[in-house]
Every structure is written in C-alpha cells, then in structure tokens.
Design a protein around this ligand. Structure first.
Ligand SMILES: CC(C)(COP(=O)(O)OP(=O)(O)OC[C@H]1O[C@@H](n2cnc3c(N)ncnc32)[C@H](O)[C@@H]1OP(=O)(O)O)[C@@H](O)C(=O)NCCC(=O)NCCS
Length: 172
C-alpha cells in the first residue's frame, strides 16, 4: 500500500466499486444472491459523494494509484450504552486483504475520532463474518447484538466495541 488519505468527492466512484466488490466476495452465501446481484455502483457513487461532502470522516487506502480500501465513521447511530462513535464501513478488495491495510485504516479513523473528542467506538458486523477476528485482534469486545433485514432476509448482527480509542492507537 502506498498511502492512506482523506477521501474527496472524486473518490466516490472508486469507493463505491470497492464497496460493491467486497460485498459480493464477502457476503456470498450469507446475503440473498438477488440482493448482491442488484448492488448498483452508480447509485452508491452518488450516496458516497454526498457522505464525503457532508464532512464525515472517510479515508481511502491507495495502492499503485488505485483505491483498494476505505473506512468511514462518525457519531454512533443506534445507541449502545457507553459508546459515542461508530465505525460505519470498512472494506478492502479481496486481493489485498491480510496485508495490514485494514489495521492502518482503523488507526487513521481512530486518530481522527480521538482528535474530534470521541472516547470509544463500536461497529456492527454480520455474525460469522471473518472480520470479527479482525476486530477482536485490535482489542474490540462483543457488546451487543440484534437482527437486521437485508434483501428480505433477517440476519443476526453483533456489535463489537473498543472501550477506548486509545486501545487502537496504542495497542498492547
Ligand atoms: C475486515 C478487513 C477490513 C480487514 O482488513 P485487512 O487489511 O484484511 O486486515 P489486516 O491485514 O490489517 O489484519 C490484521 C489481523 O486481523 C485478523 N484478520 C483480518 N482479516 C481476517 C480474516 N478474514 N479472518 C481471520 N482473521 C482476520 C488477523 O489476525 C490479521 O492479522 P494476520 O493476517 O497477521 O493474521 C478486510 O479483510 C475486509 O475488507 N474484509 C471483507 C469485508 C468485511 O468483512 N468488512 C467488514 C464489514 S463489518
């Protein structure tokens, strides 16, 4: 990986591409096939552009001049006791996974949220998703669970929480 930087509106298309590709490779067999087939990069590009321009933290990982991963976060949406920030999305392309890019993106977001005055962070993840190991490895604990509806299916999701952003910034 060459760099991690703040996203601009021009990154909306590449982010949308990574988002859709990563959903298809990660959630095949978990999320209904017709939902995955219907994911629309162009529609998602518009919503990513809006999110980036609204000022929420979004960072991209660049390799060979191309966006290969991204992360976004901000104030927690669905309250969890004691948590003030949320990791909204983190995705990397399959061929660059397990090379430290996710860890670098996570640190970048934690650093920005820490500077913005947040204390801790939670993330919702589909149960049985391998990314649970990624969150546990970085010091997150299972803190809540619920079901969500995706494409007509009700799927269990688990919240992982980092009790302090400092756990991510100064591991060990
Ligand atoms: C989850 C994700 C963002 C992690 O990014 P990454 O760059 O692959 O992660 P890192 O290389 O920094 O991993 C750090 C450690 O986390 C753990 N880990 C990461 N991905 C893992 C996986 N798929 N299975 C098991 N452990 C994993 C490992 O302990 C890893 O260290 P190691 O490779 O030395 O064993 C990335 O794999 C991804 O986009 N996955 C698919 C989409 C997804 O699940 N997103 C999260 C939705 S909530």
């Amino acid at each position: 990986m060459d760099a991690i930087r703040s996203a601009t509106g021009l990154d909306a298309g590449p982010i949308s591409h990574v988002h859709v590709e990563s959903w298809r490779t990660t959630y095949k067999g978990i999320v209904p096939d017709n939902y995955l087939a219907g994911l629309d990069e162009i529609a998602r590009t518009a919503s990513w552009r809006e999110r980036i321009e609204s000022g929420i933290p979004v960072f991209v990982a660049i390799q060979d001049g191309v966006v290969v991963g991204f992360i976004s976060g901000g104030p927690i949406r669905d309250p969890i006791d004691g948590y003030d920030a949320e990791l909204f999305t983190i995705y990397t392309l399959q061929h660059v996974q397990r090379r430290g890019i996710g860890t670098a993106l996570l640190r970048k977001l934690a650093s920005r949220l820490d500077a913005d005055g947040f204390k801790n962070m939670a993330v919702w993840v589909l149960e049985d998703n391998a990314s649970s190991s990624f969150y546990e490895r970085s010091g997150a604990l299972r803190v809540s669970s619920k079901d969500i509806e995706i494409g007509g299916a009700f799927l269990p999701v688990v919240a992982y929480g980092w009790p302090s952003l400092r756990t991510i910034l100064s591991p060990g």
